[in-house]
Design a protein around this ligand. Structure first.
Ligand SMILES: NC(=O)c1ccc[n+]([C@@H]2O[C@H](COP(=O)([O-])OP(=O)(O)OC[C@H]3O[C@@H](n4cnc5c(N)ncnc54)[C@H](OP(=O)(O)O)[C@@H]3O)[C@@H](O)[C@H]2O)c1
Length: 297
């Protein structure tokens, strides 16, 4: 059984911290790109010992950058070297190269947990490409994970045990504020359409609102600042208030006031249906991509 990541919010005395670090899983990243950098950085900041973090990366400039940022982590260009002795292997390469990467891996311990963050690749495909029956977690992060504000969806294959689930949550919590398990892998397509693609929906809304502010006479900077802070403030209210979203909306909408005028115009243009259709288009496309990626040529 692999060790579980502990909550590190209370600083430990150094002797205790050393004992704790010995229980931390050894985590190997295959692919040291943006996502791996964010997760390693988050784990590092949460007190995970750097000696228990490693990465493999073929691109010299990228590997050297990561080596300078995380000097105590083991680094290599050899994917089979990085997984040797690891408790957890995180597949953090682009989906297009995942099949080749996974097919070349040689595991000697079938308890080693694999966490794949490659978008659109199903666990059945990873298991088919592996030579050994590893426990596999499929993870759908989003770009706010790059600044520690992610929302992450997780699906586990049957052989993933409770300790490995806890370990997965511990790792992803280093970059995400919300970590959610789903029972059916198909739900990962829904998560992709919500939190995965979701940041772009909000960027589009903010872009349009900023443009409207500029058209009404604000400078681009003023319009941008007001838009972003308003979005952030509304999100924090939604998170902290006991009211649901509809109640919060009604509370800022006085009869015959300015907000009501805006919302009436947006509702008349069918904004709810547009958003509904957009989310369903993303979900459908997520399924299509997963099928294309897993197809044997
Ligand atoms: N970034 C996000 O916000 C985000 C959000 C959701 C999901 N994801 C998923 O997370 C995964 C990683 O994304 P990312 O943004 O971190 O990508 P990335 O920055 O491109 O990182 C992937 C890294 O893997 C390296 N690599 C390529 N082939 C390799 C091999 N054979 N062995 C080992 N490493 C190899 C790449 O090196 P080269 O540069 O030499 O190719 C690159 O440094 C993707 O599947 C993506 O869909 C990312």
């Amino acid at each position: 059984m692999i060790p579980t990541i502990q909550d590190n919010s209370n600083p430990q005395a150094s002797a205790g911290a050393t004992a704790l670090s010995e229980n931390k899983p050894v985590i190997a990243f295959i692919g040291a790109g943006n996502m791996a950098e964010a997760v390693i950085g988050g784990l590092y900041a949460s007190g995970h010992p750097s000696t228990h973090l490693r990465f493999s990366e073929p691109f010299d400039a990228r590997r050297e950058y990561m080596e300078s940022k995380f000097p105590q982590c083991m680094s290599t260009t050899d994917n089979n070297k990085v997984i040797d002795g690891a408790d957890v292997v995180i597949l953090a390469v682009k989906p297009q190269v995942l099949r080749q990467v996974v097919s070349d891996l040689k595991f000697t311990d079938t308890n080693v947990l694999i966490i794949s963050i490659a978008a659109g690749i199903k666990t059945e495909h990873i298991l088919r490409w592996l030579e050994t029956p590893q426990p596999v977690v499929r993870c759908m992060p989003n770009t706010p994970a790059l600044i520690g504000e992610g929302a992450v969806g997780l699906y586990a294959t049957e052989s993933v045990n409770d300790a490995q689930r806890d370990t997965t949550v511990g790792i992803m919590s280093a970059v995400a504020k919300r970590v959610m398990w789903v029972d059916k892998e198909a739900a990962i397509d829904t998560i992709t359409a919500m939190s995965g693609s979701g940041p772009a929906y909000y960027f589009l809304f903010m872009e349009a609102m900023t443009n409207a502010g500029v058209a009404a006479g604000l400078t681009p900077e003023e319009a941008n600042d007001l838009t972003v802070q308003t979005c952030l403030g509304a999100a924090k209210m939604a998170q902290q208030s006991e009211d649901d979203l509809a109640t919060l909306r009604k509370k800022v909408t006085s009869p015959n006031g300015t907000t009501e005028a805006a919302l009436k115009t947006m509702e008349a243009a069918n904004i709810r249906q547009i958003i509904h259709d957009g989310v369903f288009s993303a979900e459908r496309r997520s399924r299509e991509i997963a099928d294309e990626m897993g197809r044997d040529q």
